[in-house]
Design a protein around this ligand. Structure first.
Ligand code: ATP
Ligand code: MG
Length: 586
């Protein structure tokens, strides 16, 4: 977590790109405050002239001046409101973009600890609070500050005693606001945190609704929801209490200030130290000051929310990505070799998931990886994509250590077809191109046909797929992911085969599509069905995070003592009249 000073520095850094706009806004606010202070000065003059006797035309002239000042002050107010909103939006949009990019760049471990709902609340909810704060609170606070400084300056000229009194009053009132604010900020931060947990939990349970319902776990899930809600309400009540305490404090000091100013002025006027006009000026200034103070209390919720939000935004930005994009070596063109040297991996807990992996796949080879569930196959594939980094050891692609390859290059050269393909709501085309407008419709259709989804291409690629790609099976979703890869034409493809059972027809399509895809690239295929591996060159068998067998597919299949042969035999026994189906446990 960042310290308070480094947080302020971080906030200043966020504002710096828009510094020009903020300075312009500040100047406008200063002029506005000056005009507000001018009004009572004119009234003071009118009162003093009226009590000492003057011409009506002189009074009328002052009245017109007062009117002009009042109108100009309103116009400037409008300009300030407009400019403040525009500037705040501009700045916070930049923050939102930075935050979104930052979060996307954070590690696998980070995303495991934070649900998507929570991150949406951070990137959008928190930044909106900051935007409200910058657009509404900062301009008013700046206006109040200019006003106080100007007011004390004017009072010093009128009578130093009035200036001292006003300074004391301002000191007490601001002290009340600042003390209350500090107390309330913690509560506000807690409240926002519990909202984030609540939303995160709801999002997670909605995503898992089918699993929860089918396992009869609806009751437990609901109970968690009740607990989270109670927690949220508790912190809302605590925040509200802190807020009320402040409200009374500020209202009290405003009332006391008015009474004291009237009593003191009456005394000074009766002794002839100040004029009635001066007394009027002081009273008006005290009332003027009451407005921004009350505003501050009204805006306090915004201040509290924004302060909590700002702390979280800055702390989030301060989290360093574990995986840094600082490589500069471009691997040779064409298919790339993949070489694991003494690679070990654990997910940060004690359990070692991959143990001293030494594997070397030549460029252009296709490799089948098999092993029982939890043996580390998906973990191996994440390493090749650099979604995670080896705890120790080195992984080289085309002879270049993977952390020396720039991310952009790595993403262009290496593609993953994950075990669970995420489809997005949009057309078939959008799902293949991932919303890239560049590829032609023909290219998309060819990719779909190559992936064995000719039927989907025939149905028209501008057809909507429905939310989350509803209507496609797990197998079909994988075929669609194959089409994505086809379009990108990478040099290394990692395919993590869907575990969900797929129907024999889709299986045949998948097999043929994979066979086509392996040509001209290095392919790692994590297979749950041995039939998928009929075309591969090599086989690796993983067990409890270790390589227990590696060799040419043909040799291993012929060797009656090999694990792979054993797997093939098991698969045959289970389904003697079909192509070998699910991988059995070694
Ligand atoms: P499957 O055949 O079921 O897909 P797998 O071989 O792909 O299994 P992995 O997903 O690589 O297995 O998991 C290997 C081990 O690492 C498992 O013990 C699992 O519990 C652990 N593991 C996997 N992902 C994570 C994670 N994100 N955080 C912590 N542990 C994990
Ligand atoms: Mg897996």
């Amino acid at each position: 977590m960042a310290t308070a000073t480094s947080r302020w520095r971080a906030l200043a850094a966020l504002l710096r790109p828009d510094a020009g706009r903020w300075v312009g806004l500040g100047a406008l606010i200063a002029v506005g405050s000056g005009l507000i202070l001018t009004g009572p000065l004119i009234v003071r003059k009118i009162v003093d002239l009226a009590t000492t006797g003057t011409t009506t035309s002189e009074l009328a002239r002052l009245a017109v001046l007062f009117l002009i000042v009042a109108i100009a002050s309103q116009l400037i107010n409008m300009a300030v409101a407009w400019m403040a909103t525009v500037t705040a939006w501009h700045t916070t949009n930049e923050i939102r973009i930075r935050l979104a990019k930052h979060v996307l760049g954070l590690s696998h471990a980070f995303h495991r600890q934070h649900t998507p709902g929570e991150l949406i609340q951070r990137v959008d909810g928190d930044v909106t609070s900051v935007s409200d704060f910058m657009g509404r609170v900062i301009p008013r606070a700046a206006g109040a500050l200019f006003m106080v400084v100007g007011m004390i300056g004017v009072l010093i000229v009128v009578d130093w005693r009035l200036a001292v009194g006003a300074t004391l009053y301002v000191g007490v009132a601001v002290g009340v606001v600042v003390r209350g604010r500090h107390r309330a900020v913690g509560e506000s931060s807690d409240e926002m945190g519990s909202y984030a947990r609540l939303y995160g939990g709801i999002e997670e349970r909605l995503t898992a609704a089918e699993d929860l319902r089918s396992n009869g776990a609806g009751g437990h899930a609901m109970w968690r929801f009740v607990e989270d809600s109670a927690d949220t309400m508790g912190s809302a009540v605590r925040r509200e209490k802190a807020f009320l305490r402040m409200w009374w404090g500020v209202d009290g000091s405003v009332a006391a200030g008015s009474v004291v100013s009237l009593v003191v002025s009456a005394m000074l006027v009766s002794r002839g130290i100040i004029t009635v006009g001066d007394a009027f000026l002081l009273f008006q200034y005290v009332l003027l000051l009451a407005r921004p103070l009350e505003d501050m209390v009204d805006q306090l919720e915004t201040v509290q929310k924004a302060n909590g939000a700002m702390v979280r935004v800055i702390d989030l930005l301060a989290i360093e990505p574990d995986i840094r994009d600082d490589g500069a070596t471009i691997p040779p063109s064409g298919p790339l070799s993949v070489e694991f040297s003494d690679v070990t991996y654990d997910y940060g807990d004690d359990q070692i998931v991959l143990q001293t992996i030494n594997l070397n796949f030549a460029a252009g080879r296709s490799v089948g990886i098999v092993g029982r569930t939890g043996s580390g196959k998906t973990t191996l594939s994440r390493l090749v994509l650099r979604l995670i980094e080896a705890t120790s050891g080195t992984l080289r692609l085309g002879g270049v250590p993977i952390d020396d390859i720039p991310f952009a290059e790595l993403r262009r050269r290496v593609a993953l077809i994950p075990q669970e393909v995420e489809l997005l709501s949009g057309t078939v085309r959008d799902n293949v191109t991932l919303f890239d407008e560049t590829p032609s419709d023909e290219a998309v259709e060819t990719a779909l046909r190559n992936a064995g989804l000719g039927a989907l291409a025939d149905g028209g690629i501008h057809r909507e797929l429905g939310a989350g790609g509803a209507g496609l099976s797990a197998g079909e979703a994988q075929l669609l992911a194959l089409a994505r890869v086809w379009l990108r034409d990478p040099d290394i493809v990692v395919l993590d085969e869907a575990t969900a059972r797929i129907d024999p027809a889709t299986e045949v399509l998948l097999e043929a599509a994979i066979a086509r895809l392996t040509r001209g690239r290095t392919t790692l295929i994590i297979a749950h069905r041995l039939s998928t591996l009929r075309f591969v060159d090599e086989i690796v068998v993983l067990d409890h995070g270790r390589v227990i067998e590696h060799g040419d597919r043909a040799n291993l299949a012929d060797d009656i003592d090999s694990r792979f042969r054993h797997l093939l035999d098991l698969a045959h026994d289970e389904a003697p009249n079909e192509v070998p189906n699910e991988v059995a446990v070694p």
